[in-house]
Design a protein around this ligand. Structure first.
Ligand code: SF4
Length: 869
């Protein structure tokens, strides 16, 4: 107990915490519950045993006497307020507090000791606004940037009255800021704010929903007026993001009201797409689909909700009579699902994002997390700054590679020999968990003999990684108590993608690093609902809930629920659909929210396939590269304009809630799909997406306990087998669904995509998402306005290429053009190019090599050359 203003109260944490728990609010400008102690502003001064002390940095101890109101404190606060007003002109909560304190700036004169540096206004950034005249040097922004994002943009420069907030000189736009907005949420004075917060409009509603830009599944608080998004904040208590957001989730919302939005159905007449009515568009699709029945295929969207994906495959299977249905998981994480299903029995993340903070070693494999999954990237940075060890496996020196204990900078395409070499060291050096293997793993005897031959020394030439580095990394992984892996498309988008995932599973099985907190294997899902679209059965061989289409009992279950039979034979995968289109076997294709003309590999071949179709329908937000080729374009709704659910990379099913009305005649995609099903002869009776989820819960065992009523707050992580099941944070705690975990023996098979010269690998940048159709219609284009080709100085010099030169990258498939960025972040012999801008034509260069198990394209290995234009 402490004596607080004369009454005994329990001591809790700091004196400030104790005061707040006792209902006494102290002004504390530099304090933020998310951050380390401040103690800079002195606003929360109290008298402790008669001495003036900052309440936020003083631990509360039993027996202490604390006074929060006294003549001395009032005078002190007034004086402090006058000093603040002499140095700055704060706004917001701070100016309100100063007024309460009776500070009027008269004692020293308002602005009297302001230096020229302290009046800097910087509006160079498209989102962030800095006005240092408002800064009271509380350092909340500095700590937010350091401790939430791990970016270290800000510092306090100078001494005394010359002290000022600094970001490394030059305009703020040139700073290393990643535009996450953590500093904006921390600043109490308005010195750092953003363009959204400066809008005069008043929010009339605040809606919690789920970000649609990546598989982290950050929870958003969207503040809106009648029909415009005003500002987006993170939901502080959300499990996926704990209030944090990235530049896309927080700021890239202008696309929703962009004039390019499709607002009416379009049909092709005399070669041009022209507006038409819904009735005419639906009737045309019904006529053409009836004519082409037997040669139809559908590609669903990982940007759409679970309910929409479920309806899509239901329509194609039981309505149109074909299992030729797939989704973009095919071109990203199908190998993760296949590889993990083979090893563990379930093809999804074993653990939760929270476990990143429980791990004592993180192994990040083929994933540029701070770019593609920025909030998870920040979480990994925080874990490392707090002491977790880090191993990065990546051909590029990524931001995380700069923080690593060991960076294994392997050659693209060399995952299999590297992962085998890591396993070899674990076995050779006795870093395996024999008790776990004996109890829960199959295939050890054969595997042990096999893997001992795969020494790091044997594979040095293939991987390009020194054997000793591999040994160091393996020892770090093998000796950690809680080693956790996260992996990305640098593992999956390869000729041996699924097999590479199996080899990562081997590492976890060998060390017993699965089925408990802080360990496991966690594929980082790229598109926001790629997990969900696969869960919902948008795969040619799997129905909703991963029930096999070639299993008569599963087909029977769905046929009973749907009242229509399910076709028996597994359908074609996306690349096979395109092959079939070129061959004339697929004549009609429906594409929901994917821009395959830009994002699929070997775009020359993709375009030929699309051109060969007799009838192409695209449902989209914008006239994408693919939509331009369509016979009918239907205007869908963005995630801000509809209800439903997304499932993030940790299997967490979260609500999506409507904030705005769709523009013009655009409609929520689930509503369009219901209309299409009715037009093609199978009307549905769903009042809303919640009713669709109720049907999903009836047919998919892992979702039996899911209902909208149970998805409030943080949602549920599947499996949720019953209505009172709490969801599953960690898979395989006691056993694997198929009994024992399976060790897989895989020999290295060099990719046919490798050549003797340069190797191109492709990927994303932080500011843009996938085909860029959304982010290119936001101020994010001011931050990054074009794709750039990364090239090592040695390769650049050999070809006379200087930083900033326009270059052409050529392969046997085609040519891409971009500006060269000469950097040592890329290894010699390797090039990197993103694919967000259609004019770059990145995927004209990538080839037709596919993962041997799932058909996932090998985006990460293409033999190319490059020349200056
Ligand atoms: Fe959205 Fe992903 Fe950024 Fe979170 S990390 S705000 S989910 S894009």
């Amino acid at each position: 107990m402490i004596i607080l203003d004369g009454r005994p109260v329990p001591a809790r944490g700091s004196v400030l915490d104790t005061c707040r728990a006792a209902g006494i609010e102290l002004d504390a400008f530099c304090h933020d519950d998310r951050l380390s102690e401040g103690g800079h502003c002195r606003a929360c001064l109290v008298e402790v045993e008669g001495r003036c002390m900052a309440a936020c940095t003083t631990p509360a101890r039993d027996g202490m006497t604390v006074v929060t109101v006294s003549e001395r404190l009032l005078a002190y606060r007034r004086d402090l307020g006058d000093l603040m007003l002499a140095e700055s002109r704060p706004s917001g909560a701070v100016i309100d507090a100063l007024a309460r304190w009776g500070a009027g700036g008269t004692r020293y004169g308002a602005g009297s000791i302001t230096t020229p540096e302290r009046v800097t206004v910087d509006h160079s950034h498209p989102y962030l606004r800095l006005d240092l005249s408002r800064c009271i040097l509380c350092r909340r922004c500095v700590r937010a940037c350091d401790e939430i994002q791990g970016q270290f943009v800000y510092a306090i420069e100078g001494r005394g009255s010359s002290s000022r907030l600094a970001w490394g000189g030059g305009p703020f736009m040139d700073s290393p800021c990643v535009s996450c907005g953590a500093c904006v949420t921390a600043c109490p004075t308005g010195a750092i704010t953003d363009a959204d917060r400066e809008r005069p409009d008043v929010a009339t509603k605040t809606v919690r929903t789920t970000c649609s830009y990546c598989g982290v599944g950050c929870q958003l608080e969207v503040h809106a007026s009648a029909n415009a998004i005003l500002r987006i904040d993170g939901v502080p208590e959300a499990a996926a993001n704990q209030g944090h957001l990235c530049v896309k989730g927080r700021y890239a919302h202008a696309f929703a009201r962009h004039p390019d939005r499709l607002t009416a159905p379009l049909v092709r007449r005399d070669g041009a797409l022209v507006e038409t009515s819904w009735d005419e568009a639906l009737a045309l699709i019904a006529r053409e689909f009836a004519r082409l029945r037997g040669s139809l295929a559908g590609l669903s969207s990982s940007r759409c909700t679970n309910e929409e994906n479920y309806l899509f495959q239901k329509w194609f299977r039981a309505g149109l009579g074909t299992n030729d249905v797939d989704c973009c998981a095919r071109v990203c994480h199908a190998p993760s699902a296949a590889g993990m299903r083979e090893a563990f029995g379930t093809g999804a993340a074993t653990n939760s994002l929270d476990d990143i903070e429980r791990a004592d070693l993180l192994m990040v494999v083929g994933a540029n997390v701070t770019v593609a999954h920025p909030v998870t990237g920040a979480r990994i940075k925080r874990a490392v700054l707090r002491g977790a060890r880090l191993v990065v496996v990546d051909p590029r020196r990524t931001e995380l590679a700069d923080m690593t204990d060991v960076h294994l900078q392997l050659r693209p395409g060399a995952n299999v020999p590297l992962f085998n070499a890591l396993a070899c060291v674990l076995v050779e050096e006795g870093l395996v968990d024999r008790e776990f293997i004996a109890r829960r793993v199959a295939g050890w005897e054969d595997y042990e003999a096999f893997i001992r031959a795969h020494t790091p020394e044997r594979w040095e030439g293939a991987t390009g990684v020194a054997a000793e580095r591999v040994r160091t990394a393996a020892r770090l992984y093998g000796r950690a108590e809680r080693p956790m892996m996260v992996h990305g498309l640098g593992v999956t988008e390869h000729y041996q993608g699924s097999e590479s995932v199996m080899l990562l599973c081997n590492l976890a099985l060998l060390t017993g690093a699965v089925g408990r907190p802080g360990v496991g294997i966690n594929p980082l899902r790229g598109q926001n609902n790629v997990q969900g679209s696969a869960d919902m059965g948008c795969q040619p061989d799997l129905l909703a809930g991963y029930q096999r289409v070639d299993d008569p009992a599963a087909r029977e279950r769905f046929a009973r629920a749907w009242g229509r039979p399910v076709p028996e034979a597994p359908g074609r995968r996306l690349p096979e659909m395109l092959d079939a289109a070129r061959a004339g076997a697929i004549r009609g294709l429906f594409i929901l929210g994917e821009d395959i003309a830009q994002t699929d590999p070997d775009s020359g071949r993709t375009r030929k396939a699309l051109a060969a179709l007799e009838f192409l329908v695209v449902q989209e937000l914008f006239l994408s590269e693919t939509a331009r080729l369509a016979h009918v374009v239907l205007p869908g709704a963005s995630f801000l304009e509809k209800d439903g659910t997304f499932t993030n990379g940790e299997r967490r099913i979260q609500r999506v809630r409507r904030v705005l009305d769709p523009p013009g005649q655009a409609r929520p995609d689930w509503d369009i799909l219901c209309a299409l099903m009715a037009a093609t002869g199978w009307p549905q009776r769903f009042e809303n997406p919640g009713a669709i989820m109720d049907e999903i819960a009836r047919v998919a065992p892992d979702f039996c306990g899911v209902s909208y009523a149970r998805l409030e707050g943080d949602g549920l992580q599947w499996p949720v087998p019953t209505a009172d099941h709490p969801g599953t944070a960690i898979l395989h705690a006691e056993s694997f669904p198929h009994g024992r975990g399976k060790l897989t023996r895989v020999d290295y098979a060099p990719s046919p995509g490798l050549g003797p010269g340069l190797t191109l690998t492709t990927g994303r940048v932080l500011e843009h998402y996938n085909a860029g159709t959304m982010t290119r219609r936001t101020p994010n284009v001011i931050l990054v306005g074009a794709d750039a080709l990364e090239i090592h100085p040695r390769d650049a010099a050999a070809r006379g290429i200087a930083d900033g030169d326009r270059v052409a990258v050529t392969s046997v498939h085609g040519e891409a053009r971009a500006v060269a960025r000469v950097t040592e972040r890329i290894a010699p012999g390797v090039l990197f190019l993103s694919f967000h801008f259609p004019e770059t034509t990145t995927n004209a260069v990538t080839g037709d090599v596919r993962d041997r198990v799932t058909g996932c394209p090998e985006y990460k290995v293409t033999a190319v050359d490059v020349r200056r234009l």
